[in-house]
Design a protein around this ligand. Structure first.
Ligand SMILES: Cc1cc2nc3c(=O)[nH]c(=O)nc-3n(C[C@H](O)[C@H](O)[C@H](O)COP(=O)(O)OP(=O)(O)OC[C@H]3O[C@@H](n4cnc5c(N)ncnc54)[C@H](O)[C@@H]3O)c2cc1C
Length: 475
């Protein structure tokens, strides 16, 4: 079993270790080989292919589990003075190599910051520490009659801080928004240990929004320690509806028109013919086409009206009504994707990955067709459209292929290169919700244009010693 050697941070001397011990306590830090090895791998598919032959990435020098914002601040101040890298770590569920280690340093696992700080049921706000696991937060809110409305497929193994750092999207984002739409305030620690606390307010006109600068910065500009998020009342009613379209274009137009009417389904998922086929077979339905799944939730009267308007739009597009079953089946199995991948990926020669991109309605089908065409020689490609907005939608492609084990990593590289080259050229966005990490960094410059230089200046201003998550977002 080979593990890459760490170029151990020269500054992480015995004396520095003792200082860290004084800050967080001996039991809350580890440099045992097994812990370092565990934190040197990530869930991104290339890492999983490497793991099949026992290879992991560069290990950190130390794993630290701070328990308070004060401890994070003291650790960062020390790391900044000694130029030691800090890699913020939530659940480690990112798919972009966002927590991979470049050159040793401290893996800052925030999972001990795992409490709800306050619940303001009058303002519909929850203040929560960054290391709390999503499912735990959602359950706690449900006990009090609320929901966050954020349901990524990784909800059992991802944290609030990780969501914010990657601009995550949940399965019901069309109704509740992406995580960045839910943030009302946050607390973060800058590279030099400064604690920044933004106060909750409904909206403000007090200059640029610092929270939105930190959100999506993937641990490169600050460590998020706490966030105040909008919550909603638990829905009174949930409606499941499904439709089948002969042409993908009709399905896409139906979603676009639903959004245009101001109707907000909770889940919107239109599967292309190949992906629909898989679902329809699981349901023992002998039909073909492009399956659209919609769910509506909230107050009974509103959900009923919204489902009615959507049904009328689908009817006009000559969709076949498929009833509740496909949608309720999806609902029941909505987290299964996590387990399907873990069945396939350990097998030698298998390559399986998802590529999530986004664009505006006027470019959506074009982008879908271009990526499908570009990937068809490399893999079996399926796609679904989800996370709909009045102005556009995201597309999630799944590429699956079998090859010689020693060619699997190169095949995966080709899949990514072809998909993202085409996305940039066609004017799409290279990421809708998984972020950039290391994986997509080579394409970020093309997407951002001269804003990329601005991002580098901001990084230099906030983290001049480049201690925070070096190498991610191309920084
Ligand atoms: C099976 C599976 C399904 C998935 N489904 C979805 C989905 O539906 N929607 C979706 O959006 N994503 C999904 N993902 C991707 C992943 O879960 C998200 O990117 C998630 O937001 C990462 O959260 P995490 O806590 O695991 O963060 P990590 O993986 O630990 O870290 C992600 C990035 O955030 C940084 N970071 C972590 N915590 C902090 C902090 N407190 N302050 C500053 N930076 C921090 C890290 O340095 C890293 O750059 C899925 C992943 C898997 C494995």
């Amino acid at each position: 079993m080979a593990a890459k050697k760490s170029r151990k941070s020269a500054a992480l001397t015995k004396a520095r270790m003792q200082e860290i011990q004084r800050i967080i306590g001996l039991n809350n830090m580890s440099s045992t080989p097994i812990d370092l090895r565990n934190y040197s791998r990530a869930l991104e598919e290339k890492g999983q292919i490497a793991m099949r032959s026992g290879k992991t990435g560069v290990p950190p020098d130390l794993v630290a589990w701070p328990a308070s914002t004060g401890q994070v601040s003291r650790l960062l101040r020390l790391a900044n003075e000694q130029k030691i890298s800090i890699i913020p770590y939530g659940g480690g569920s990112n798919l972009t190599g966002g927590t991979l280690v470049e050159n040793g340093g401290i893996m800052l696992d925030l999972k001990r910051l795992d409490s709800i700080v306050s619940l303001d049921d009058k303002s519909l706000l929850v203040t929560v520490q960054a290391g709390m696991i999503g499912e735990t937060l959602e359950r706690e809110l449900n006990f009090s009659g609320f929901t966050l409305g954020h349901f990524p497929s990784s909800i059992y193994c991802s944290t609030v801080g990780g969501w914010l750092a990657t601009r995550s999207a949940g399965q019901l984002s069309t109704l509740y928004g992406k995580i960045e739409d839910m943030v009302v305030a946050l607390e973060a620690v800058l590279a030099d240990g400064t604690i920044v606390q933004l106060r909750p307010r409904p909206r403000a006109a007090t200059g640029p929004d610092f929270a939105q600068l930190i959100i999506g910065s993937e641990g490169t500009l600050a460590v998020v320690t706490e966030a105040t998020l909008r919550i909603s009342m638990l829905p009174e009613k949930r409606i499941f509806a499904s439709y089948l379209f002969r042409d993908l274009a009709d399905g896409l137009d139906t979603i676009r028109l639903i959004m245009r009417e101001g109707v907000r389904p909770a889940a919107v998922r239109l599967y292309d013919e190949t992906e629909s086929g898989i679902l329809l077979r699981e349901l023992d339905l002998e039909v073909s086409g492009n399956l659209l799944i919609l769910t509506f939730e909230g107050l009974e009267e509103i959900a009923d009206v919204e489902a009615g308007i959507a049904a009328a739009i689908a009817k006009k597009a000559k969709a076949k009504k498929m009833g509740e079953k496909p949608a309720s089946y999806w609902w029941k199995h909505r987290y299964d994707v996590s387990y399907q991948q873990s069945r396939i990926m350990p097998n030698a020669g298998m390559v399986l990955d998802t590529v999530e991109v986004a664009t505006i309605w006027s470019n959506l089908q074009n982008l879908y067709e271009k990526i499908t065409e570009a990937l068809k020689k490399e893999a079996i490609v399926t796609a679904h459209f989800s996370h709909a907005y009045p102005e556009g939608c995201s597309i999630c492609f799944t590429a699956i292929a079998r090859t010689d084990e020693n060619k699997a990593a190169a095949k995966l590289d080709r899949i990514w290169k072809k998909a993202l080259d085409v996305t940039v050229k066609a004017g799409g966005s290279i990421s809708h919700h998984h972020g950039i990490g290391k994986l997509k960094a080579p394409w970020l410059k093309s997407e951002l244009g001269n804003i990329n230089g601005l991002l580098k200046k901001i990084k230099k201003g906030l983290d001049p010693n480049n201690i925070l998550n070096p190498g991610k977002l191309g920084l």
